[in-house]
Design a protein around this ligand. Structure first.
Ligand SMILES: CC(C)(COP(=O)(O)OP(=O)(O)OC[C@H]1O[C@@H](n2cnc3c(N)ncnc32)[C@H](O)[C@@H]1OP(=O)(O)O)[C@@H](O)C(=O)NCCC(=O)NCCS
Length: 329
């Protein structure tokens, strides 16, 4: 799916918030749990540490401060939100949705609220949905949360996955705008590759030997990721009528530093325009892109007028890009 949306209506991000759990887990600590080393993890992934939620924390606990931060920046109260989407693969529970729980906590009593599952690409799918609802006039003010506690679904004896992931959440408010905002989206899915990154025993499909943990074919996911980050980024730039040289801030999904480096070089984006947090947070799944956006805003890299390219990819296998002209001060 690719498109520029409506040319007569502008929709943008007006508020941004993020939250990570307090507990830092270093590579050194992981090397006491599984057969790995700081050297291996840094060389192969660029990750040095990640945040891991406390036993008492669930997704709504990480999402609530992120959502409040986004609302505050937009100058809104929770009750003014009429659409709330939580993109995640680790909701508090299967139902009620974490979005409904969060809507109640925020006082968004008039909001439609639901969770969305698109793996690590969930936040990008959520952005596109909220854009469509706002541009189409169904929603006036939407809140999109991307967050995960992947630590809950990892096999803590499997060194090939535990070193990669961390927990975190981010949120954005989406509203109509006078000008600028979202310029184009490109989203896709390749179900044939689903078995390369999956949680087989987590739903209604019965397996002889149900597995409760993430299973991953790292090499296949690596190949997929490097390919789609470049293809999707180029496609959305072309559809948005922009060139790669015009990109001021590039926010790729934070899965692995090698994947990011590869995509950045292929696309031809100078490294100082790339936002990186994988070194400190690991792969936070749906939280990755909004967390990175929030950091770029805090360190002053995201300015009013910046051309922002974001691309996510993950389980499904799915991918998604958005191109926008930043408007939030
Ligand atoms: C997982 C990943 C880091 C592995 O890196 P790699 O260079 O492909 O490494 P390989 O899988 O080829 O493994 C190389 C060796 O390291 C070993 N190894 C794997 N994990 C290890 C770890 N944490 N510590 C030490 N050794 C490890 C393997 O067992 C293998 O050993 P062998 O050669 O004796 O069989 C990489 O494939 C990757 O990042 N893939 C994408 C994953 C991803 O982003 N998933 C989420 C997408 S949203």
């Amino acid at each position: 799916m690719i498109g520029t949306g409506r040319s007569d209506v502008h929709v943008t991000i007006t508020g941004l918030g993020a939250h990570v759990p307090e507990r830092v887990v270093t590579n050194g600590e992981l090397s006491q749990l599984v057969d790995t080393s700081d050297e291996w993890i840094v060389e192969r992934t660029g990750i040095r540490e990640r945040r891991i939620a406390a036993d008492s924390e669930a997704l709504s606990d990480l999402s609530l401060p992120a959502a409040r931060g986004a609302l505050e920046q937009a100058g809104l109260d929770g009750k003014e939100i009429d659409l709330l989407i939580v993109a995640t693969v680790t909701p508090d529970m299967m139902f009620p949705s974490t979005a409904a729980i969060l809507a109640d906590q925020l006082g968004a009593s008039e909001a439609a609220a639901y969770d969305l599952s698109a793996g690590c690409t969930g936040f990008m799918y959520g952005l596109a949905q909220a854009y469509g609802m706002v541009a189409g006039g169904l929603s006036r003010r939407a809140l999109v949360v991307g967050g995960d506690l992947l630590s809950r679904i990892l096999d803590w004896t499997d060194r090939s996955t535990v070193v990669l992931f961390g927990d975190g959440a981010g949120a954005v408010v989406i509203e109509p705008a006078e000008e600028a905002g979202f310029l184009a989206f490109e989203l896709g899915a390749d179900g044939a590759g689903g078995e390369h990154l999956w949680l087989p025993g987590s739903g209604s499909r019965k397996f002889e030997d149900p597995d409760q943990f993430v299973k991953m074919n790292g090499r296949e996911v690596f190949k997929f990721a490097t390919r789609v980050l470049v293809q999707s980024g180029e496609a959305v730039l072309e559809r948005g009528g922009t060139r790669v040289e015009d990109v001021d801030v590039y926010v790729p999904h934070q899965a692995n530093m090698r994947i990011i480096d590869h995509a950045t070089k292929k696309l031809g984006i100078p490294s100082e325009r790339v936002v990186i947090n994988v070194d400190r947070y690991g792969n936070t799944s749906s939280g990755s892109i909004p967390l990175a956006l929030a950091e770029a805003q805090q360190d002053g890299r995201l300015q009013v007028g910046s051309l922002v390219l974001m691309t996510g990819m993950g389980a499904g296998l799915t991918w998604g890009s958005a191109l926008m002209r930043w408007t939030a001060a």
